[in-house]
Design a protein around this ligand. Structure first.
Ligand code: PLP
Length: 230
């Protein structure tokens, strides 16, 4: 499915409406699902437009790109009397960028190795909230812990004073029919429940409604809000 035509504000409203309908189907409170607008490849002006439309949380997948964008957006927001947004890192993090990422983002979604947990713990000045990425479907091309390794990573994190594991994150395989990835979301939700972790970051433009039905607390949506990436 491609993003709806129209302005960022119109598309954001349409996404919110779809989130609300998915919540209604699942008997969930829409306030229990946070919309993270993934602004990668889009400039500060597009983010400011989304801010003006009421979106408050944004996701970036590259530290370098985000470090340039975050202050530019802050400046536009201040000029226009809009609140400053909260930033999420939604992509893979390299160990050598751990310090910069810990300082720039409110939460890091793509933490995928014990080595990275240890590097972040050493680099961070204050506790960092993280989500452990899980490669639920075992795809060789994807980052993430194998499901059977997550409990060990959580146990390790409990020994690290600057790490707070808030939950789990996954990127589902690409599928024509979002129903095909429902078992992936269901498995991640089970795993989080077993480990007593509250946050579940799952669901993107193609599959967020199914993810919400399976318990997502954060959906990471790019194209349905900003349009197709160049
Ligand atoms: C790009 C990206 C998204 C958003 O994808 P869309 O298909 O544009 O909604 C979500 N999560 C991650 C990790 C991404 O890299």
């Amino acid at each position: 499915m491609t993003a709806a035509a129209g302005s960022i504000a119109e598309r954001a409203a349409a996404v919110r409406e779809r989130i609300a309908r998915a919540c209604a189907r699942a008997g969930r409170d829409p306030a229990s699902v946070r919309l993270i607008a993934v602004s990668k490849t889009f400039g500060p002006e597009a983010v400011a437009e989304a801010l003006a439309a009421g979106i408050r949380e944004f996701g970036e997948n590259r530290v370098q790109e985000a470090l340039a964008k975050i202050p530019a957006v802050a400046e536009l927001a201040a000029q226009r009397g809009l609140p400053a947004p909260t930033w999420h890192l939604v992509g893979h993090l390299q160990t050598n960028k751990a310090r910069a990422a810990a300082g720039a983002f409110a939460i890091l979604h793509g933490i995928d190795s014990t080595r990275l947990l240890q590097a972040l713990d050493r680099a961070a000045a204050a506790p960092v909230r993280v989500l452990l990425e899980v490669n639920v479907a075992g795809e060789p091309t994807k980052f993430g812990f194998a499901p059977e390794d997550v409990a060990g990573a959580v146990a390790l994190a409990q020994t690290l004073p600057h790490i707070e594991v808030a939950g789990l994150m996954t990127v589902a395989p690409r599928a024509e029919d979002p129903e095909a990835v429902r078992p992936v979301f269901r498995r991640l939700a089970e795993l989080a429940r077993e480990l007593g972790l509250p946050e579940l970051s799952m669901g993107m433009t193609e599959d967020f409604e199914v993810a919400i039905e399976e318990g997502a607390t954060m959906v990471r949506i790019g194209r349905a809000i900003f349009g197709e990436r160049a």
